[in-house]
Design a protein around this ligand. Structure first.
Ligand SMILES: [Fe+2]
Length: 287
């Protein structure tokens, strides 16, 4: 979400008429006549990947998976196995061997290809439907070490394995529904911090050790090690109020991270917060 900046990932796969139409629809989502979020989705057009794209995927996968085997949350690792994430090729979103085929029976979540940045409400509308807006292009070879915007490695390798876990799956949908109901800038900012410090940069305590689960850490070789080992990182126990009151910056390694005890802790805290927002929306509707 917050790190889905519009950027330089131009590619024939998303720049055609269908991609432009989907992006224009997403940009107007929520205005009168623009309430069908599925019109922001596009096809993956898998034949558009070049051999260099496939090589970039394999390089990123190899580089990161070996480290993650001993440093990522077991929930992430079993999710990656369950959706059959492999090094050999960029994942298929649809079809018999696709991540969606394996995800559907586990949690009902699906990855949906989008042409680029989605405005916040459009993004939340996807999550509320158990659909994850997914960037389909992959970073250019020359930007293999760092890309400030998401690509398919960040979105599928980084995010989607957790969608195979029923507890995280419920949390993320509840987040989307809650975020969709509020227009209060105070809560919008709090929710963006919650997303940042959990979905993007979260740590979790497992077997007496901190482990990675946030996609921004999972998909970043440099920051994943820094998050776990640097003395400059302040690792704090997760507390929803504390998280919502902590601001963040996007252009350097995170100096503050929050550590979950379990995904149940995250789901339950989100349920409580969502109820508060939904009650407030109902009360406002009655005024
Ligand atoms: Fe992300």
């Amino acid at each position: 979400m917050q790190n889905k900046m519009s950027g330089s990932l131009n590619h024939a796969m998303i720049d055609g008429p269908a991609g432009r139409a989907a992006q224009e629809y997403a940009n107007q989502f929520g205005q009168p006549g623009f309430h069908d979020i599925t019109r922001a989705y596009i096809e993956q057009n898998y034949a558009g990947y070049t051999e260099e794209n496939q090589e970039t995927w394999r390089t990123l996968y190899d580089r990161q998976m070996e480290y993650l085997a001993d440093h990522a949350s077991n929930v992430y690792l079993s999710g990656a196995r369950n959706i059959k994430l492999v090094r050999d090729h960029i994942p298929y979103l649809s079809g018999p061997k696709s991540v969606n085929t394996f995800l559907m029976p586990l949690t009902g979540w699906q990855s949906k290809a989008v042409p680029g940045y989605l405005p916040a409400k459009a993004f939340f509308a996807c999550l509320a439907r158990r659909e994850f807006p997914t960037t389909i292009v992959i970073r250019p070879k020359e930007s293999i070490d760092y890309l400030p915007e998401p690509d398919i490695f960040h979105d599928i390798f980084g995010h989607v394995p957790l969608h195979a876990d029923p507890t995280f799956a419920d949390f993320l949908q509840t987040y989307g529904k809650a975020a969709l109901t509020t227009d209060d800038p105070h809560h919008t900012e709090r929710l963006s911090r919650l997303f940042w410090f959990t979905v993007e940069f979260g740590l979790i305590r497992e077997g007496g050790r901190n482990r990675l689960y946030g996609s921004g850490l999972i998909s970043s070789p440099g920051e994943s090690k820094h998050a776990l080992t640097s003395k400059e990182v302040d690792r704090r126990p997760f507390d929803l109020e504390a998280v919502c009151n902590t601001s963040f910056e996007i252009d350097h390694f995170q100096p503050i991270l929050y550590v979950l005890d379990s995904f149940e802790q995250l789901r339950d805290a989100m349920d409580t917060y969502a109820k508060r927002l939904l009650d407030a929306a109902r009360d406002n509707a009655h005024v």
